[in-house]
Design a protein around this ligand. Structure first.
Ligand code: C2E
Ligand code: CA
Ligand code: CA
Length: 768
């Protein structure tokens, strides 16, 4: 992925993380998190449980022992209190409110029994919900509580009937009582403060007895020795029972005991939702910057998994964590990301034509598995035609082209690519069949299209990939680059051969790779000698670019020059080559030799005056003698505006270099270009040179081009001389300059120096 897009996507993720954090924060302020947090605390109980101290026991009764109708119950309770005291029970808490007097004797008996505990027997006063739901403070009647120390309880149930927090001090507005939990745990009192209740203590580890059981079996009381005992009601009536994690209908005294155990174990800390949110937010924000999507998803997974780990660990440590804020953050963020991905999937459809896009083709598994051929049609002059059409006809123009394609490919799914490219798959992979089929398609396009009221000529050529590669992106790129290599006049269909063009996949992100390759010195020049045919003397070299990729090895220029061009890096690479060639020429001179150097310039650069500036700057920077430079203009058939090209070439010539026309003879516009542009040199294409031995026609053409050169007073170079006999024929035909494998392959700088010295000594031997 290009760096820029990479970066903007990271910013998008980061922003979404930020906004998600803010939303989670607002939800926390609105206490939406509380319900989730309670749910978490409830479920913690399924995984974590530890034993209570065992020092606080519960004695419960199903009878309503506070009922004034039954004075004997108060007397029996008083007896039990006496027995417990004698058995060495440490402290006793009567968690029942006697708010009505029974018989004066019974009331007095109970008061005495508590009194005898000498400050270690407590009565509790409670906040209890009345019928109207409002909590009221209830205390025992003075006759019973006289001289007896009191504790308070305030168990505020929430809508789930759970008490999560209790106060240290209970006050009815007039008197302040220590809460039962603080007294049971012997802890400090904190005014106006509450502490959480930890329900992860195992309920069964709290010693529990039936009141009647103790009354029937007095020896059982011995087992309570040294403990603190809470006596309370264990009615099943809804109003007076509570829910704790994992259980309902729990007696209120049990809640007080849980609260006391919490204090004894020191489990009073909690982590507040904002702190958790902040940490989670920080972690997510960091992860959003991870480039590799695989690592990033791993990062999200880790942050997400850390949450249950934190919940578990804090449970073990007896710390109440408010993790819901982080969960809200993660959910918001995940939803947001999903939405972005969903939106991105729309890229699968081209917005103008509503046809599937190239991205959709690349993602198609079926194509990856068994499409024998991927065809890419290239519409020539697409942009020019669009410019002449009214804006509302642009889409129609594209659709008309697709319609006509559909006439020949009724079953094919047509994918539209960037502007001038259209792709589909084909069920044959035999090149001859494909060619035949595509020739037919081209014939279909020879009639103009009707777009609105306009008649539009469509130039169409095809690139085809038939390599058996499961990577559709690669195959599509190969077909696209094959299509880019086509031209309407003499190469309308280009089929990638097995394996060879497969590597053209790096078309994608080529830009970055070329720049890196230039920086790393992977791109360098070799030089191929040009000689005087008569003497064998070296009269110049042609600089040819080479790319040695560390993984792919040598990449021939034919395979990357075109891609550079479509990636818009042609000027960049040309400047590099030009500078290297000029530096080489200066170096040749420093070695005492004047070797003219030729550099290839793609005709596409001759559309812009920038090339003039480039050549001037490089000449100035390197200090090369401009007369020693030749600019070989390649692919001259691509020159469309001769006037402009003529002006540019004249300015180039004015700087000093010779201008050479490369590949003369191939392409339609050669003679016209020769006539209209200021060339000093002409290179006969190697297809003619290599054929003169066996083909009298080619020999005739070469001879007449040589003759033409003499008349136009321009140098003619025969390139592609592959053997000695060809060289002999050229010499006999009056050819002055030749270049080719028979003379020398393109070689590194050093070998050119040697070549010159050898050829001085024994010129003709070198040629043989
Ligand atoms: P070209 O300008 O026609 O360059 C000559 C090509 O013919 C070179 O291929 C050379 O190695 C090859 N050649 C030389 N002698 C013989 C021979 O006897 N027989 C055969 N069969 N081939 C011979 P190369 O280096 O692969 O370059 C291919 C093309 O790539 C060049 O064709 C040129 O159009 C382009 N190119 C190379 N370097 C540059 C460059 O720096 N800039 C630009 N714009 N194009 C370049
Ligand atoms: Ca050339
Ligand atoms: Ca050439």
């Amino acid at each position: 992925m290009p760096k820029k897009r990479e970066h903007s996507e990271a910013i998008e993720r980061f922003r979404q993380a930020g906004w998600s954090g803010l939303i989670a924060l607002v939800l926390c302020v609105l206490t939406v998190n509380a319900l989730i947090d309670q749910f978490i605390w409830m479920t913690q109980k399924s995984f974590i449980s530890y034993p209570a101290s065992g020092e606080i026991a519960f004695v419960g009764t199903g009878d309503d022992i506070a009922n004034p109708e039954f004075p004997q119950q108060r007397e029996q309770l008083a007896e039990l209190l006496d027995d417990m005291r004698e058995a060495g029970v440490n402290e006793v808490y009567v968690d029942v409110v006697f708010d009505k007097s029974s018989t004066p004797e019974a009331d007095a008996r109970l008061n005495t029994a508590l009194h005898d505990w000498d400050g270690h027997g407590f009565l509790s006063s409670n906040y209890t919900a009345g019928l109207d739901g409002i909590d009221r403070f209830k205390a025992s009647i003075p006759a019973i509580r006289e001289g007896v120390p009191e504790v308070g309880t305030d168990l505020w149930q929430n809508y789930l009937r759970v008490v999560w927090f209790v106060p240290y001090i209970v006050s009815d507005g007039k008197t302040e009582l220590p809460s039962m939990s603080t007294k049971l745990a012997d802890t400090n009192l904190y005014r106006n403060a509450i502490h959480p209740i930890d329900y992860l203590f195992d309920l069964t580890s709290i010693p529990t007895y039936e009141l009647s059981e103790l009354q029937a079996n007095r020896t059982l009381i011995q087992s309570l020795r040294g403990k603190k005992v809470v006596i309370g009601l264990s009615t099943r009536d809804e109003k007076n029972t509570f829910t704790i994690p994992g259980q309902t209908n729990i007696a209120r005294s049990i809640i007080n005991i849980f609260a006391a155990e919490t204090l004894k174990a020191g489990h009073t800390s909690s982590i507040n939702p904002y702190a958790v949110l902040f940490v989670a937010m920080l972690a997510i924000a960091l992860v959003t910057w991870i480039r590799s999507s695989r690592l990033r998803y791993a990062g999200y997974a880790i942050v997400t998994l850390l949450l249950p780990v934190a919940i578990y660990a804090s449970g073990l440590a007896g710390i109440k964590i408010n993790a819901a804020s982080a969960i809200l953050l993660l959910i918001t963020f995940a939803l947001w990301r999903l939405r972005s991905r969903w939106k991105r999937s729309f890229r699968l459809i081209d917005a103008d034509t509503n046809l599937p896009s190239f991205v959709a083709l690349e993602k198609d598994r079926a194509i990856a598995l068994d499409a024998p051929a991927i065809i890419v049609a290239r519409i020539h002059r697409f942009e020019e035609v669009r410019k002449t059409l009214a804006a509302e006809l642009h889409t129609e123009y594209q659709l008309r082209i697709v319609d006509r394609l559909k006439a020949a490919e009724p079953d094919a799914i047509i994918y539209v690519g960037p502007g001038h490219l259209i792709a589909w798959t084909f069920a044959e992979k035999e090149p001859a069949l494909i060619r035949e089929h595509l020739e037919g398609l081209r014939a279909l396009f020879s009639a103009p299209l009707q777009v609105g009221n306009a008649q539009v000529d469509v130039g169409i050529t095809f690139g085809v990939d038939i390599t058996p590669n499961p990577n559709v992106t690669r195959r599509l790129a190969a077909a696209v680059s094959a299509a880019e290599r086509t031209n309407e006049t003499y190469d309308p269909i280009e089929i990638t051969e097995l394996g060879s063009d497969e590597d053209l996949y790096w078309n994608i992100s080529l830009q970055a790779r070329i720049d890196a390759a230039l920086d790393n010195g992977e791109i360098f020049l070799v030089y191929q000698p040009k000689i005087l045919v008569q003497t064998g003397e070296l009269i110049g070299v042609e600089a040819l670019v080479r790319w040695c990729d560390p993984t792919r090895g040598m990449i021939p220029p034919d395979h990357f020059i075109k891609q550079c061009e479509s990636a818009g890096r042609m000027a960049h690479i040309t400047r590099y080559v030009l500078r290297a060639a000029c530096e080489a020429s200066v170096a040749f001179e420093e070695h005492g030799r004047q070797v003219p150097v030729a550099v290839n310039i793609s005709a596409t650069l001759v559309h812009e005056f920038a090339i003039v500036t480039m050549v001037r700057e490089v000449l100035e920077e390197t200090g090369m003698n401009p007369q020693c430079l030749t600019l070989e203009i390649t692919e001259t058939y691509r020159i469309s505006n001769f006037e402009r090209a003529g002006a540019i070439l004249s300015e180039l010539a004015a700087l000093g270099p010779k201008i050479s026309m490369d590949d003369f003879g191939v392409g339609a516009a050669s003679l016209e270009a020769l006539q209209r542009l200021p060339f000093n040199e002409l290179k006969i294409d190697r297809t003619f040179t290599s054929a003169i031995k066996n083909n009298p026609k080619a020999a005739g053409i070469v001879r007449s081009v040589l003759q033409m050169g003499r008349e136009l007073r321009i140098i003619v170079v025969a390139e592609g001389v592959e053997d000695e006999s060809t060289l002999t024929i050229l010499r006999d035909s009056g050819c002055v300059v030749a270049q080719g494998y028979a003379i020398s392959r393109p070689v590194p700088f050093d070998e050119i120096l040697n070549f010159q010295m050898d050829s001085k000594a024994e010129p003709l031997k070198k040629l043989v």
